[in-house]
Design a protein around this ligand. Sequence first.
Ligand code: ZN
Length: 118
Amino acid sequence: MHEMSLMGDILQLVQEDALEKRINNISKVELIVGEISNAMPDALRMAFDIFRDQNLHLFHKEAELIIHLEEAKAECVICGVQYQPTQKIALCPNCQIPSGKILTGETFQVLSYEGSHE
Ligand SMILES: [Zn+2]
């Protein structure tokens, strides 16, 4: 489950930032996850719970993960039509070739997190 390593990387960033700002007892982490970022929200939530339970010096025991899904959008570089791709190789519905340029939907990043100051 590669969501474990994705979540590990994300929480590493959160942890470094929290240390710098002297924040602990993190109660909420919000992520932006693109529809075609290859990260499954359910698997991310599961991974978050595991990391949280292993890092209770950093997280509140009921800390929650909030996922904001980013809709996927692509634009064909040939005919210019905009459409919703279902995968990274975006097949233009007009031209029937993979001429789509992904505009949104690949994001995977931390939007914000909340905790309390030491
Ligand atoms: Zn096209």
